[in-house]
Ligand binder design. Structure first.
Ligand code: BG6
Length: 474
């Protein structure tokens, strides 16, 4: 029993939060480069203020990130030492097509990822590639408004074709878009969208996400045509909503909130928009911009597996104004009095992880892949060591919950990659001091430091977890 023999243990990163080297290798400018540290980050991410160019008042953490661009060999060797079976990373679109619409791809960018994949295979690590983790070429945002425009599908398709052909035999696990439901919460980050005054924001978002869903289905089709070994997954930001009380109104609110989480993954996994989604849009005077052939394309090209991030459960209250709000990965949530919270206010709920795994498996009946889970915490470097027992504790409880879902509930699970296996820039806050890694990076929030890599206590712990295929969690 326990996890399958070929269970894919590993860690996850994203290009913009990890690579740095923003001005190297002929890379173009992307939305994520312009996400500043500090209070304006949220307003830029939600598309409420436009940040189309750098200014002197802000610091932009993605430009150097943790410099994986120059350290990837060392970092992958450390992942190999931990025994990783897989490493999740994303492609920076603007390394391959700097503006997004070039005729020919940028060879330097293609070579960079090819070297990474070859380096992974040296250690028996299977790359798990997110084609789009929150990045969009700024050129296309300025020219056509990012994913508002249907033209984006062609540019994305060309990117996919380039990747599938070039990396055939090197990569077989692909995710099309990171956290497809994030568009409802962080639209500039998820789709390069900034809102104009008085426009119907739901209409803009559904238009953009419909384009992404079509692009995702086309990519799925193409990946299967180019190499029948390719396995394509969708990816959603999961974490079930509980009703705050057994008051029927709270339960109903939880149903509605959960539907917003599933709404787009439903399309990728089942092949169509559910009736509740159509009604949800109708209520908001918005419509899906279907074109001829879209419905068939979605129906015929569903994903092979469903991947997701899980950090915490959430709470729905029919009266949000009365309760205290809790932070929950940019999603609104009422506070859960039964749970402890991380230093950033995210509720810690391992049993909620088991529930979420079950809900997703019940709903989709496709293999699942946990591609993000972890604890963002402040680490203290003491005489060259980091004693992060709080992180070990969080991960131990979550892995146990995942094991219960597999062993006791029969969930079919392909693998588990912890978020930020090496410290990186936080998507929500832009900080580096919100650390998730097994590997510490000597860099502060403002980019100062040696960028030296240091193994934390959790590094040795996770190595043992992998060695024993999750049997020894102590
Ligand atoms: C997920 C994203 O939403 O959560 C990651 O896919 C992100 O990009 C992660 O980093 C953790 O959130 P944060 O805000 O702590 O970085």
């Amino acid at each position: 029993m326990g996890f399958r023999k070929d269970f894919l243990w590993g860690g996850a990163t994203a290009a913009n939060q990890c690579e740095g080297g923003a001005n190297e290798g002929n890379r173009g400018l992307a939305n994520v480069d312009l996400m500043p540290l500090g209070k304006d980050r949220y307003l830029v991410g939600t598309g409420k203020i436009k940040m189309y160019d750098f200014d002197d008042q802000h610091f932009y953490p993605a430009l150097t990130a943790v410099d994986f661009y120059h350290h990837y060999k060392e970092d992958i060797a450390l992942f190999g030492e931990m025994g990783f079976k897989t490493f999740r990373l994303s492609i920076a679109w603007t390394r391959i097509f700097p503006n997004g619409d070039e005729e020919k791809p940028n060879e330097e960018g293609l070579r960079f990822y090819e070297d990474i994949f070859k380096e992974c295979h040296k250690y028996g690590i299977e790359p798990l590639v997110t084609i789009n983790h929150f990045d969009c070429p700024m050129y296309l945002i300025k020219k056509i408004g990012g994913w508002r425009s249907r033209e984006m599908i062609d540019y994305f398709y060309k990117l996919c074709q380039t990747l599938f052909e070039r990396y055939k035999g090197l990569v077989k696990y692909w995710l099309t878009f990171n956290e497809i439901n994030m568009i409802l919460h962080f639209p500039f980050v998820a789709a390069g969208i900034c809102f104009e005054e008085d426009e119907n924001e739901t209409q803009v978002m559904i238009t953009a996400v419909h384009h992404q869903l079509i692009a995702s289905a086309m990519a799925t089709k193409l990946a299967h045509e180019i190499d029948s070994n390719n396995q394509i997954g969708c990816m959603l930001a999961a974490g079930s909503y509980y009703p705050e009380t057994c008051k029927p109104e709270d339960y109903w609110k939880a149903i509605c909130d959960n539907r917003e989480v599933y709404m787009f993954a439903d399309v990728q996994a089942r092949g169509y928009y559910h009736n509740y989604a159509l009604k949800w849009l109708e209520e908001r005077n918005a419509k899906i911009p279907f074109k001829d052939g879209d419905k068939e394309l979605l129906k015929e090209n569903t994903v092979d597996f469903v991947s997701f991030s899980y950090y915490s459960s959430r709470v729905s209250s029919s009266d949000l104004s009365k309760g205290q709000q809790s932070e929950s990965n940019i999603f609104a949530s009422a506070k859960n009095p039964y749970l402890k919270e991380s230093e950033w206010g995210w509720a810690i709920d391992p049993l909620g992880f088991r529930s979420t795994l079950n809900e997703l498996y019940d709903r989709y009946q496709k293999p699942l892949f946990v591609v993000e889970n972890g604890l963002g915490a402040k680490d203290v470097l003491e005489k060259g060591s980091i004693h992060d027992d709080y992180r070990i504790d969080y991960l131990r409880q979550h892995i146990q919950a995942m094991k219960d879902a597999v062993e006791k509930d029969g969930v079919d699970l392909l693998g588990y990659t912890t978020w930020g296996c090496i410290d990186l820039v936080s998507n929500g806050t832009g900080e580096v001091k919100k650390r998730y890694g097994f590997i510490y990076v000597d860099r502060d929030n403002l980019g100062n430091g040696t960028y030296q890599r240091i193994k934390k206590d959790s590094f040795y712990w996770y190595k043992k977890v992998i060695e024993t295929n999750g049997e020894d969690l102590y």
